[in-house]
Write a protein that binds this ligand. Structure first.
Ligand code: FES
Ligand SMILES: [Fe+2]
Length: 455
């Protein structure tokens, strides 16, 4: 076997690294029985949009498994293995019944939990329906998305309710977008605040009008949480310092700040305007599901209006394949970046720099969690109910703090830590009380003038 060469330092040294290298199987293979596949199967994931569920069953593929999803005539949603338990005809050709679905081939009928309700060609007293079930998964429908739990039943967590699932004044618009690449690539984009500087700004010019402040190199602080990460990136314009908090709840859920937040006035404890999951379809395909949050506080521009969001449609610039070749080449967006890393990015061929701290943190946490699942341990995941939701931090805080002529980057680093400390201390409260705590403590710490809005 030839020696594994990951990089070259030779001029015109392409030949040295022309041998293909293997992908990181641990992080990228998602089928049942693989380490990552088993880990991913400990979480609830969105798998479809309710908008997809009409009069016909819908074939879908999640975590390398072929499935079928439908809403029966009683209104219950079924997520079943696609191939019939009898002789494996596809249930995508099944007939939706009052209870469950009937296979087209020999008429076996399955309830949404996989119970066999009818085997019409068999004798009346056939024991088949007591002996086996069709493979089925539990689902939870919420605000236009259908979530599924595809892991061992004895490990099934309650559906986690996050504070961002119900924010006053937010209209939540579900959407979904396919990417022909491994799930980790798109997921890592959310842990990489530096790409905005270049992809969305410096390389081909600003892609989001009014957001030119994102072209400045940010000062980034990462905060480790048992369930993932919260991180903040700070930028200054005059006396104003904008701190944008992101959530990355492992493995694959992310939230950012106000999508089109300007940097022109103070603001305290803004909330997210995008909640999303990157769900593996299989090793080389993924599907993002999420909600855009339309509201007057954090999403004032409402770019990509409601009619433009939804099933396989554009949520905002550069997120899908649905642009002309000319547009995609002359001004590539996020979608072009993460899909062009290949069907499965080869980590051994990457050369990581200081801006990749988020990527390294994410990969090592996921690896650690995979190992824990392999050892039979439970994995940390968000727990929350409608009364006591799991707290998230995605959103913007902008305060007025004069520049430090000696070391302003150190000042911005400190500001983010101090604000994060206040955010986390506010966790003892819910709803308005929590927001009031943050405002009160930011005012006490930085002074009234720090949050004074000027018209
Ligand atoms: S294959 Fe489905 S009923 Fe026979
Ligand atoms: Fe981006």
């Amino acid at each position: 076997m030839s020696e594994e060469v990951r990089w070259t330092n030779e001029r015109f040294g392409g030949y040295r690294i022309s041998q293909p290298l293997e992908e990181d199987i641990d992080l990228t293979h998602v089928g049942s029985g693989t380490p990552c596949g088993e880990y991913l199967r400990r979480f609830w994931h969105p798998v479809a949009m309710t908008e997809q569920l009409g009069s016909r069953p819908v074939p879908i593929r999640i975590l390398g498994e072929n499935l079928v999803i439908f809403r029966d005539l009683s209104g219950h949603i079924g997520l079943l293995h696609r191939h019939c338990a009898h002789r494996r005809a596809s249930l995508e050709f099944g007939k939706i019944e009052k209870n469950g679905i009937r296979c087209c081939y020999h008429g076996w009928q399955f309830d949404v939990d996989g119970t066999i309700l009818d085997t019409p060609g068999e004798p009346e007293d056939s024991p088949i329906k007591h002996r086996i079930c069709q493979g089925a998964y539990p689902i939870h429908e919420y605000r236009g998305l259908v979530f599924a739990y595809m892991g061992p039943l004895e490990k099934k967590p309650d559906f986690p309710f996050l504070d961002s699932f119900d924010i006053d004044g937010h209209e939540m618009i579900p959407y979904s977008i396919h990417s022909p690449c491994n799930w980790l690539q798109e997921s890592e984009n959310s842990m990489d605040p530096f790409h905005s500087v270049f992809l969305h700004g410096r390389v081909n010019g600003p892609q989001f009008p009014g957001l030119e402040h994102f072209i400045a190199l940010p000062v980034v602080e990462y905060f480790k949480r048992p369930e993932g990460f919260s991180y903040s990136h700070a930028r200054r314009q005059g006396d104003l310092v904008m701190m944008r908090f992101h959530d990355h709840i492992t493995p694959n859920m992310a939230q950012n700040g106000g999508m089109f937040q300007r940097l022109d006035n103070p603001k305290v404890f803004g909330r997210t305007s995008l909640t999303k999951w990157v769900v593996p379809v299989d090793d080389t395909n993924s599907r993002k599901f999420g909600w855009r949050h339309f509201n007057d506080a954090d999403e004032v521009l409402r770019q990509g209006d409601k009619s433009n969001v939804g099933w396989e449609k554009v949520d905002f610039y550069g997120q899908t394949a649905h642009r002309t070749e000319e547009e995609r080449i002359s001004n590539p967006g996020d979608w072009e970046a993460w899909t062009s890393q290949g069907p499965i990015n080869i980590h051994k061929r990457e050369y990581l720099g200081t801006t990749d701290e988020g990527i390294t943190l994410l990969r090592s946490k996921i690896k650690k969690d995979i190992r824990n699942v392999e050892r039979g341990k439970d994995v940390n995941q968000p727990q929350g109910s409608e009364d006591r939701p799991f707290h998230t931090y995605g959103g913007d805080t902008i305060i007025r703090v004069p520049e430090d002529p000696v070391d302003d980057r150190a000042l911005m680093r400190r500001l983010q830590r101090e604000v994060a400390e206040i955010y986390f201390a506010a966790d003892q409260y819910e709803g308005d009380e929590r927001a009031e705590f943050v405002v009160r403590h930011i005012t006490e710490k930085f002074g009234e003038q720090a949050i004074q809005v000027e018209k």
